[in-house]
Design a binder for this molecule. Structure first.
Ligand code: BTN
Length: 276
């Protein structure tokens, strides 16, 4: 299939109206991981909102230690450096909500550009028709001079073909092209992504978690579903996904019919499978 048109800093700058997200753009042809580059830029005191983009990743990082499939010239691999000064409870809430805010922003951007419905599987997998089209990986670091920073990594399967995916994800992953038949202009999608992300982060910083909680709940593909949660130790918990907590956690309630006594778990990290 023909490559999609290249990523272009000029094309992005021409339309971008953000104040600080993506004001500095580092576009690379091939990197190990844009998140790793983002962490290095954070340690080197790069400015708040710096964006690292790559046409290809050779060691793309996914959640839970997984690999992120990152073929050249087709998709979006983006990492944004954030350097907000927050302390104590505010910092830990920010860290909990950052991946969820990135997920809502990316879902809005994809919906605007591709005109297709995008939902979020807790905590931050973006789904079209229950198939994963994008993922978020946030990492943190510290600069000796400017203190703590975060890197928000966003991978979107844009114009590649689902048949290109490795076997282990082919059944569950998809691309925007695959779902809509359109060749998507990646530069345009990035502009919307950066603008939506800046809006969402600023809204959180000025108004707290209420707006993002509502936006996240509206987009959730998980709330109200029976889910299987696979925990870090490999154990499983099946129940109804009931609510998102103030810290971004997911409460899953086990019904007696699922076996064992009724009980509930508040999850901070887990692999979620939607059952029904
Ligand atoms: C997931 O497993 O769902 C998260 C995937 C995150 C992938 C993106 S691609 C850009 C950034 N750089 C990385 O190495 N990972 C993230």
């Amino acid at each position: 299939m023909a490559r999609s048109s290249p990523l272009s800093v000029d094309a992005i700058r021409k339309s971008l109206v953000t104040r600080w997200v993506g004001r500095r753009i580092e576009l690379r042809h091939r990197v190990g991981s844009t998140n790793r580059e983002g962490v290095a830029l954070g340690q080197a005191d790069a400015e708040d909102g710096t964006l690292v983009l790559a046409e290809e990743q050779t060691a793309g990082r996914g959640r839970l230690g997984r690999h992120w499939f990152s073929p050249p010239g087709m998709n979006i691999y983006a990492s944004i450096l954030l350097k907000k000064t927050l302390d104590g409870d505010r910092l830990s809430q920010w860290l909990s909500w950052l991946p969820l805010m990135a997920a809502v922003s990316a879902a809005e951007a994809i919906e605007t550009v591709a005109g297709t419905n995008v939902r979020v599987k807790w905590p931050n997998d973006l789904l079209i028709d229950e198939r994963k089209v994008a993922g978020i990986l946030c990492e943190s670091g510290t600069s000796a001079r400017s203190g703590p920073f975060q890197v928000v990594g966003i991978g979107i399967n844009v114009n590649s073909l689902a048949s290109d995916f490795p076997d282990d994800v082919r059944k569950t992953a998809t691309t925007i092209h695959q779902q809509t038949g359109q060749q998507i202009d990646r530069n345009r999608l990035l502009v919307h992504l950066l603008q939506d992300l800046e809006f969402c982060l600023e809204e959180y910083l000025s108004r707290g978690i209420e707006p993002i909680t509502l936006a996240y709940q509206r987009r959730s593909a998980t709330l109200g579903k029976t889910v299987k949660a696979i925990l870090a130790d490999g154990s499983e918990f099946i129940g109804l996904a009931r609510e998102i907590g103030f810290d971004g956690s997911l409460t899953v309630v086990r019904r007696q019919s699922e076996g064992g006594p009724p009980s509930e778990l508040s999850l901070r990290a887990a692999d979620i499978i939607h059952l029904r």
